[in-house]
Each structure stands twice: as C-alpha cells, then as structure tokens.
Design a protein around this ligand. Structure first.
Ligand code: ADP
Ligand code: MG
Length: 284
C-alpha cells in the first residue's frame, strides 16, 4: 500500500494520524500508521507475532506513547496527558488474553470494577451505588452468566472467565473495546463463541471493536474490516473478501503462504485452508 491519508467519517470514534512507535532500545514497532476506527465496526488486527498488533492497540489509549504522530478523538480532541485522555480512557474498555480478573472475587465483584472509572478514588472504599449493581448484573446477563454472578472466578471455565472480562468491559459503557488476542488461550469452539458474543454485543451497542488475532480464519469469519500488519506497517485495510494471495503473502511474510480455497459457507468467498491455520497456531 502507498502512503495513507486519513479518511474520516462521522462514524469515527478514534483516529491515528501517522503514528510511529520506537521503543527504548530502538525497536521500531509501528511506522506511520494512519487509520480511523468507527462506531459499530468490528475491526481485526491481523499479523504474525511481532508485527506490531499490540503496539497499535495500546497506542489507541496511549498505554504506549507514540514517538511520532497524533491520536485524535473526534469527541475530545488530540490525546495527550490531559483531561481528554482521562475522558477517552474511561469510555475505552480493555479485554485481555488472560482476562486479568481477580480470581478470588465473584464474577459480579469483577464486573463492578468496570464502574470504578466513573467514581472518585474514595468511592472504591465504599459500596457502589445500586444503579451500578444493576448495570453489572445486566452485563453478566448479556454474556449469559446471570446465574454465575455470585460464583468465584476461579471456579469458572476459561470461556466463562473471558465472558466475565467482556461483561466488565461492558459495565464501563464504552464507545470502544480494545481486545488483545482475546481468544489465544481458548480452544476453537470456545473461541468462536467468545468472538461471536463480542461481535454481537458491539453491533447491538454501536461499540467500535478493535481486536487483535493471529488466526486468519477467525478474522475472515468475524471481521467487518481486516487491518493487516507486517513489520510495523499497515499492509492491508479492507474487507475479508478483498484479501488477495499476494497481500496474505505480505502479512505472513517468511511463512508458507496460505492457500485460499473457495468456500460454500462463506458465499463462495475464498478462505484460508484449515491446514494453514493449524500451522499458524503452532508457529506463534
Ligand atoms: N516494551 C517493549 N520494549 C521493546 N520492544 C518491544 C516492546 N513491546 C514490543 N516490542 C517489540 O516491538 C515489536 C512489535 O511488538 P508487538 O506490538 O508486541 O507485536 P504483536 O502484538 O503483533 O506480536 C516486536 O519486535 C517486539 O519485540
Ligand atoms: Mg501482541
């Protein structure tokens, strides 16, 4: 792809404008990334390990500080160490690979921590208001875990824990959800359920989802938009059906190129062969 210019829309929730990230020590992890993420869109960051997915994702709420370029919220303006950043972070929820829940607390208590950003620090020492409790219960209901609200998280399965992680994110009433490899620790059947649920909820609520994955097959199945990364650059930005063999070659550079096979289940659009997906999973 040639140099990108920012295409803004009135659906935009966050823009990266020529973002570069060089880590201390000199590793260039992201170069001139220009992209806008939109309301209700399920965007998947696809790329090999080391391509820059986590760096891009973390720069979206300045957990990683870009060394060049600007992160701009259409609502709050350019993000820096300021009120704009606090406001943006409050409505940007994170979902992690290892869910980062407090194991010895109940599912409900974990989901309630999603409300803390809305209260002052003192509030965390006192019970949260009843509306927060009701909201947290509703979020657990939406991920199908209403009956597990009082269960300690260490009693839950991997898939259930990740659903609690999604409920906690939802309790933040976010406009944007950032999920870094949210299914990397789950088996394929559970992964599909979790991604399907996340996608459905983001659609229903108009949340912009940015989800990093290394499995092309999941990206093709769930993404509205695939953002392919290789060697610190965005090398593809478009719909799954527009991924060509040569683009895949770029994204999976150095690895055997995946064979696209026509697939009836996908309206005749090409999909990657299952054997390649299995190989990718072994290699990361
Ligand atoms: N905190 C860090 N300090 C130095 N280098 C880092 C740091 N985090 C990531 N990197 C390097 O930046 C590059 C991109 O990493 P990352 O964004 O984690 O890729 P991905 O999530 O696609 O695996 C890699 O070369 C990685 O080793
Ligand atoms: Mg990563």
């Amino acid at each position: 792809m040639g140099p990108r210019t920012l295409q803004t829309t009135n659906q935009g929730v966050l823009q990266l404008n020529k973002i570069g990230v060089t880590y201390p020590g000199g590793v260039v992890a992201l170069q001139s990334a220009t992209i806008e993420f939109r309301k209700g869109e399920f965007a998947v960051l696809l790329g090999l390990s080391g391509a820059g997915k986590s760096t891009l994702l973390r720069s979206l709420n300045l957990l990683v500080r870009p060394t060049s370029g600007e992160v701009v919220s259409p609502e709050f303006g350019p993000l820096g160490p300021s009120k704009a950043l606090r406001q943006h972070r409050r409505q940007t929820a994170l979902v992690f690979q290892h869910h980062q829940l407090i194991d010895r607390h109940t599912a409900l208590a974990n989901v309630l921590t999603g409300r803390l950003g809305y209260h002052g620090t003192l509030r965390s020492f006192f019970p949260l208001p009843r509306v927060d409790l009701e909201l947290a219960l509703h979020c657990l209901e939406r991920v199908g875990l209403a009956d597990k609200s009082m269960t300690r998280v260490d009693q839950l399965s991997g898939g259930q824990k990740q659903r609690v992680g999604i409920a906690r994110a939802l309790a933040q009433q976010p406009t944007m959800i950032l999920a870094d490899e949210p299914v990397a620790s789950l088996d394929p059947a559970t992964s599909e359920k979790v991604l399907g649920l996340l996608r459905q909820i983001c659609k229903e609520d108009g949340i912009a989802a940015v989800v990093s994955l290394h499995q092309l097959e999941y990206a093709q199945r769930f993404a509205d938009r695939i953002v392919g990364l290789a060697h610190a650059r965005i090398v593809f930005d478009g719909a799954a059906q527009d991924l060509s063999e040569s683009t895949l070659g770029e994204i999976y550079v150095g690895h055997r190129r995946p064979a696209l096979v026509p697939d009836d289940r996908n309206n005749g659009h090409a999909r990657v062969s299952p054997a390649f997906t299995a190989e990718m999973e072994m290699s990361v």
